[in-house]
Design a protein around this ligand. Structure first.
Ligand SMILES: [Zn+2]
Ligand SMILES: [Zn+2]
Length: 178
């Protein structure tokens, strides 16, 4: 089961759309779980963005998780990577690779050259959830696992997985439920 927790106020039809698209991409139950508060301590004072890993580590959420559940947080606030040699750029989301929690943001969607709010958030969500099943970045620009910063990602608004990524996710989901 994939459980969605909202950290910002977003239109319910947008969250519904994300839920349906993520469900369709992985063939797994996806439900809106509820709301939680953004951990204020994870906001970077210089960039005003939320540090992705810190946000997931510090979030105080009462959601009951079963062993193979995945938790997807959705916010409209900017999210960034922690400071490092590559600097700290804005990111569309962050996932605990091969583990339970991911966050995705609607920040920047709807702008010129970006995907629309609904389709963009759904695709970003499917991408981060894929990382939770160890899916790596994919060369196919039509696949949701294509790098989210690459031009191809915004070129195809549909939420789809290529055959390779779909089969890998199916294996991982089966293992998790086994
Ligand atoms: Zn990625
Ligand atoms: Zn792929």
């Amino acid at each position: 089961m994939i459980r969605i927790v909202t950290l910002s106020v977003l239109p319910i039809e947008v969250i519904d759309h994300v839920t349906r698209r993520v469900h369709a991409a992985y063939g797994l139950g996806c439900e809106i779980e509820g709301e939680a508060h953004l951990p204020k301590g994870a906001r970077d004072k210089d960039t005003n963005a939320f540090d992705g890993p810190k946000l997931l580590a510090e979030i105080d959420d009462k959601t009951m998780l079963y062993a193979d559940d995945k938790l997807l947080y959705i916010t409209s606030e900017p999210v960034s990577t922690p400071p490092g040699p590559m600097g700290r750029g804005p990111i569309s989301g962050y996932a605990q690779y091969g583990q339970g929690k991911a966050v995705v943001t609607s920040h920047g969607l709807g702008a010129k050259g970006a995907l629309g709010l609904e389709s963009g958030l759904a695709k970003r969500a499917a991408h981060q959830v894929g990382h939770l099943w160890d899916l790596h970045h994919c060369f196919d620009p039509r696949c949701a696992m294509h790098p989210d910063w690459a031009p191809g990602f915004t070129q195809y608004p549909e939420v789809a997985l290529c055959l390779f990524c779909r089969e890998k996710s199916e294996r991982k989901i089966k293992l998790g439920q086994g």
